[in-house]
Design a protein around this ligand. Structure first.
Ligand code: PMP
Length: 421
């Protein structure tokens, strides 16, 4: 049995079967490169769904973790510490929000936002407690807790997990008329992703968020923006809401906030919203622990001082251009190339093949990506990626896509279409 086979067999034998990983056993990684247990090298075009935006094991962030590990790691929020305050101050500075509530995973920060919105709805807006309603988009992904999957529109995430928590109403993503139709006087918030990642990197129509912002303001409804995946540079701006020149009332961060080392998340809002939390109303044993705060703070400084957000905008435009060239060459294998910054969904024509098929071929050829649903391949490399590595990854994608194109006889089909057109 190879090392790869034996590691996969052990996970399969003892693990719950709630994942279907790509068959690559990662041993170690550095910046944008990853090596498996057989010593094969891969370009990481996934970066753990944006969690490794700084590149794997960024030396400054590892150094900050080491420094803190010489001092103290976990004390809980029963006491004050020396790293949490500076992190909260920095997050307030980069997000523009007055207050920050630290948690660990993305789902916990979403839960925090939901609790905050409901309490605000009751205490500030005057909705009877228990009647507060939150609007959510069809196709949303906000995590895996039982409350959150209760308002997912994805059957795989929900089936058999009921009963669900009420109080959520759906609208069609990107459609203002649908938002208005779903709202009632008890609506306290709209919870929304600026780009729907898990749904397939769906970018809403331009202007939608501006209209949504205006409608929320006019109707005294909080706009809660889930940037767990989109935030901290991924889209070529610090926060995706900046593309529309708006500001939400609450911002949810996760993934890259842990700077590739730890789970760190946060809910950010101004005082008038956040002040509904008082002692004993909410918390988390590990949220804001000393080690996590030291790592997250260094991660924010690295993003800023190394200009990774600007870097992302430039490299993202280049990646898009190159993937669109591949799309044009392998027609009709790729239906669409979409996204923003270094966050791209390549939508595969389902009558040709599945996204998973191409993801596995790409992995075998040395590029790590991941499918979402049956048709979309997601490319989201670390923001540190170079032009050279983008070229190498896209060249491999080009070769893999072209091989599939020939194998399926799409070259002949395209010629026929041209002749009969
Ligand atoms: N919100 C969004 C937009 C996400 O993409 C995710 C994770 N993919 C989450 C929340 C949940 O984050 P976590 O897995 O850390 O709980």
């Amino acid at each position: 049995m190879s090392a790869t086979e034996s590691h996969i067999a052990k996970e399969a034998r003892f693990g719950a079967k709630n994942y279907a990983p790509v068959p690559v056993v990662v041993d170690h990684a550095k910046d944008c490169l990853v090596w498996d247990v057989e010593g094969r090298e891969y370009i990481d075009m996934m970066s753990a769904y944006s969690s490794v935006s700084h590149g794997h094991l960024h030396p400054r962030i590892v150094e900050a973790a080491h420094r803190q590990l010489e001092k103290v790691a976990v004390m809980s929020r029963a006491y004050y510490g020396t790293t949490l305050g500076p992190l909260l101050e920095k997050l307030s500075e980069v997000t523009g929000f007055e207050r920050v509530l630290p948690m660990n995973t993305g789902a916990e920060a979403v839960e925090t936002a939901i609790k905050c919105a409901r309490r605000w709805g009751h205490q500030v807006k005057g909705i009877p407690d228990g009647q507060q309603r939150i609007l959510v988009a069809r196709g949303n992904f906000h995590g895996r807790t039982s409350t959150i999957i209760g308002f997912s529109s994805e059957e795989d995430y929900r089936t058999g997990f009921g009963p669900f928590c009420g109080g959520f109403q759906h609208f069609d993503y990107g459609d203002m008329a649908s938002v208005k139709a779903a709202a009632t006087e008890n609506t306290c918030a709209v919870l929304i992703e600026p780009i729907q990642g898990e749904a397939g990197v769906i970018v809403p129509p331009p202007g939608f968020f501006r209209e949504l912002r205006q409608w929320c303001t006019e109707n005294n409804v909080l706009l809660i923006d889930d940037e767990v995946q989109a935030g901290l540079g991924r889209t070529g701006k610090w926060f995706a809401f900046e593309h529309e020149g708006i500001r939400p009332d609450g911002l949810i961060l996760g993934k890259a906030l842990g700077a590739g080392l730890l789970p760190v998340s946060a809910f950010c809002a101004d005082d008038k919203v956040m002040s509904v939390f008082v002692p004993n109303s909410h918390g988390s044993t590990f949220g804001g622990n000393a080690l996590a705060a030291a790592v997250a703070l260094e991660g924010l400084k690295v993003l800023e001082e190394e200009g990774l957000v600007e870097h992302c905008a430039e490299k993202g435009a280049y990646l898009f251009g190159r993937l669109r060239e591949v799309q044009a060459e392998v027609r009709p294998l790729i239906r669409d190339v979409r996204g923003r910054g270094l966050w791209v969904g390549v939508d595969i024509e389902p009558s040709c093949t599945s996204a998973r098929d191409l993801v596995e071929r790409l992995a075998a050829a040395g590029v790590l990506s991941k499918e979402t649903h049956d048709t979309v391949i997601r490319f989201a490399p670390p923001l540190t990626i170079s032009y050279d590595l983008i070229d190498r990854a896209v060249d491999i994608f080009h070769r893999v896509a072209k091989e599939k194109w020939h194998q399926l006889g799409l070259d002949r089909r395209r010629n026929q279409q041209v002749i009969t057109a």
